[in-house]
Ligand binder design. Structure first.
Ligand SMILES: [Zn+2]
Length: 264
């Protein structure tokens, strides 16, 4: 049974270890985090006034990319909402912007109808206005999935590496060549003996195997262990992204199991 162990958890990033898993499961988790966890993003804009040097389309595109704080308990997916996709306070939020130059317009200038759905960062520059230039618009945000558009992705970086098993054979002469050649300081040379101290850092570059004249360094890549690292865009916490991705996979696997059950 696959297991997840959190190695390092920060406000906007997380490193965790997945063990007893296949590569396809590891990749499913990665893909679910990128494309199957919904987040809020601006999807529709009414521009009342734009005398800035930026075209409406470019402006709308920039605003769409601003990460918004997302509370998944509070909002419905528009297509699953009681309004049947028409748009209502249960599935969308309005954010207004009314700014006059000269100044730079920042994400923090938006006034949201819901104080819980605001830009994750206040200091994202949108456009620079000169004297007399004005921007007045109303943006509508809704929940969406990364598979639809990258602006709905809750993660900005997400990947994993195989965690190998490195063994040092008896014939090791403690020449320390492997310790010196490793670019990621995986080995330790304490007490004059080579040992593995930082296995999660190994990127499988195989330098240690190449430099060992005695062929004493053996690397096994088939361990069923993977180390994940991902960063979130501020819309929600790393724990929420991981939990939601796993919930998605769980429901998909349950569905599949039921389909298989029906076949037999
Ligand atoms: Zn609705």
């Amino acid at each position: 049974m696959a297991e997840i162990q959190i190695v390092d958890l920060k406000e906007d990033s997380c490193r965790f270890l997945l063990s007893d898993a296949s590569e396809s499961l590891a990749n499913s988790i990665r893909r679910a985090m990128i494309s199957r966890v919904p987040t809020m993003a601006v999807d529709f804009i009414d521009i009342y006034m734009n005398t800035s040097s930026m075209y409406d389309e470019v402006l709308a595109h920039r605003i769409g990319q601003i990460p918004l704080k997302t509370d998944l308990e509070k909002y419905n997916l528009r297509e699953e909402c009681v309004c049947k996709g028409e748009g209502c306070p249960s599935c969308q939020v309005s954010l207004r912007l009314n700014v006059e130059g000269p100044r730079i317009v920042y994400s923090g200038d938006f006034i949201s109808d819901d104080p819980d759905v605001v830009p994750a960062y206040d200091n994202i520059p949108i456009v620079k206005l000169k004297e007399g230039q004005q921007l007045m618009l109303e943006a509508t945000a809704r929940l969406g999935f990364g598979k639809e558009h990258s602006k709905f992705q809750p993660v900005v970086a997400c990947g994993y590496r195989i965690v190998p098993e490195i063994t040092i054979a008896e014939n090791c002469t403690s020449c320390m060549e492997c310790v010196r050649s490793c670019p990621r300081n995986v080995f330790s040379s304490d007490d004059g003996k080579v040992s593995v101290k930082n296995i999660l850092e190994c990127s499988l570059c195989m330098e240690c195997v190449k430099v060992c004249e005695e062929d004493a360094v053996k690397i096994n890549e088939d361990t069923g262990k993977f180390v994940f690292y991902f960063e979130v865009d501020g819309s929600m916490s790393p724990e929420t992204v991981l939990r939601e991705a796993l919930n998605f996979l769980k429901s998909r696997f349950t569905e599949l199991a039921e389909m298989v059950e029906d076949l037999s």
